[in-house]
Design a protein around this ligand. Sequence first.
Ligand code: CTP
Length: 395
Amino acid sequence: MLLEGKKILVGITGSIAAYKSILLVRLLVKSGADVKVVITPAALDFVSPLVLSVLSKNKVSIQWQEQHEWNNHVELGRWADVFVLAPVTCNTLSKMAHGGCDNLLLAVYLSATCPVVVVPAMDEEMWHHLTTKQNLSKLISYGNKVLEVNDGELASGIIGMGRMAEPEEIITYLEENCFREKNLTGKKVLVTAGPTYEAIDPVRFIGNRSSGKMGFAIAEAFYLKGAEVVLVTGPTHEITNYKGIQIIHVETAAEMFDACIKFQDAAIVVMSAAVADFTALKIEDQKIKKTGEALQINLVKTQDILKYFGSSKHPQQFIAGFALETENELEHAIKKLNEKNLDCIILNSLNDDGAGFEKNTNKISIINKDGIMSFDLKSKKEVATDIVNYIINQI
Ligand code: CTP
């Protein structure tokens, strides 16, 4: 978990969106972060310091002094790995842009030595106002990061721009922009995911049950280690919230091949897609009618993308494939490892409970020329981290 042990200071100002910050604090603590909260006096109208202190497991700072004790703003600003201000009102935004310092939160901001993330919330006209734009540009020019508002229902009843980003989006933003690791910085990684669909007529296709979950989790795990990630995926309901991952959507095995070969220079290639091995020799122009008692469709082999990459592998490249087997698992996996010239093959067996398509868990073994390493049944996210850590160790 990327936020584990990170020191995160949450600043809350007087906006109705402050109710979402309660959940933000909860999610940060659940992610393993050490959380402290500073709020403006105006925020007291919207959130209870008691709730925030129970959830953050720390005292909430509001005033310069509390019970005759000085609240050390410098200490708070230096303690944090990141200071995330959510929500930031127009008023606080303006004061931040111009060096205003009439409350503790602003003093903490001016003293902060860590990265600062500004998450605004306001009504639509205020968001579009020129002074808001200028204040935001100023804050960005000072080195602050800004997570822009969303479109949606506002407190005024208007539908438009101005909603504060959701707590989950703020967490993703922090992971992506403040805490990505650097193990694979500068390395390009190509990942394939999902099924392919091979059309037989204008309305039907041959497909498979792959959900894309494993490939998406692998792409995200690589990305969070600092890699530049290209994800080529077949039809899937999966999405990634990380904006920096380049996603290319394809439908057929041929389209997947064409998309992948543009990234043959990738330092690491992991192909987890369940690519169709056969495609229709001819796609009928019209819908096939149910005349006759049986139907024969002629299929021809697709290009094996992984094998193609293995046969043209460049010296520093690391290539991993997947093998989903139902019998003689190890034997089949080793055969694919050798025939496709891979650095390793990740084996999952449909005979293992909790492994395979459409599930949120998987149980894998990683096989290379030196032997086999078996892992327990885990969530696909954890399996992805195991795979990425294994590859980092190998290269
Ligand atoms: N693969 C590929 N292109 C194909 C078929 C498979 O890139 N046209 C990749 C898959 O992404 C996976 C690996 O090859 O990483 C193994 O795929 P699989 O279909 O299990 O193995 P095959 O070699 O096709 O053998 P078989 O279907 O006979 O088990």
